[in-house]
Write a protein that binds this ligand. Structure first.
Ligand code: SF4
Length: 188
């Protein structure tokens, strides 16, 4: 099973995070989420980027107001009772999974919030290149095979007619991947 491993980048975690990186197989991607409310100096960010080349995407919240986001069209969030929302962060309900009522509400729509500060949300922003970075592994947080290096397994390709479904956990701390990528320059 493809998998990635994730941690929150609190300063007190750094030594253990380094040990974790060293203990994991090289092909397993270790992602680092910026700690909520924590501001990273460039030096601190560099330390976390050494462990997760994609840390720059997590370092700052992404401005999202009015920007196109795939949630609510090709991606949905579903609670245990079947309540469907576009994402974990926008409370408006689209319908229910079990009676199919959400289907009529699926359409492209801009983000109504000022910022999106969680990978499971902003990964779907069309203004970011993350569908290319995680091509074949968007939900699993498995980066696509880098062109020159590594032997990444390539995962699913979502059908455009079938919405991707996010589970309703607040922030997964463990998912799956295989080996870091050179970090593209994250916007803003
Ligand atoms: S950008 Fe984030 S908060 Fe806005 S709709 Fe998309 S997932 Fe939800």
């Amino acid at each position: 099973m493809r998998h990635s491993v994730g941690i929150v980048g609190l300063p007190a975690h750094l030594d253990r995070a380094r040990r974790l990186r060293a203990d994991l197989p090289s092909q397993v991607y270790l992602w680092v989420n910026a700690a909520e409310g924590h501001t990273y100096t460039d030096a601190e960010a560099a330390e976390w980027t050494a462990l997760d080349p994609l840390f720059g995407y997590s370092r700052h919240p992404h401005r999202s107001a009015g920007l196109p986001c795939r949630t609510g069209a090709s991606v949905i969030s579903v609670d245990g009772d079947g309540t469907v929302r576009r994402c974990h962060f926008v409370p408006a309900e689209l319908g229910n999974l079990y009676d199919g009522s959400y289907r009529a509400a699926l359409r492209p729509r801009p983000c109504p919030l000022a910022v999106c500060d969680c990978h499971i949300g902003y990964v779907h922003l069309e203004s970011l290149p993350l569908y290319d970075v995680f091509a074949g592994g968007v939900l699993e947080r498995v980066p696509a095979p880098p062109a020159p290096v590594g032997s990444w397994s390539v995962g699913h390709t979502a059908s455009p007619s079938i919405p991707l479904v996010m589970t309703s956990v607040a922030e997964p701390h463990v998912t799956g991947t295989e080996s870091p990528l050179p970090r593209p320059s994250p916007p803003g």
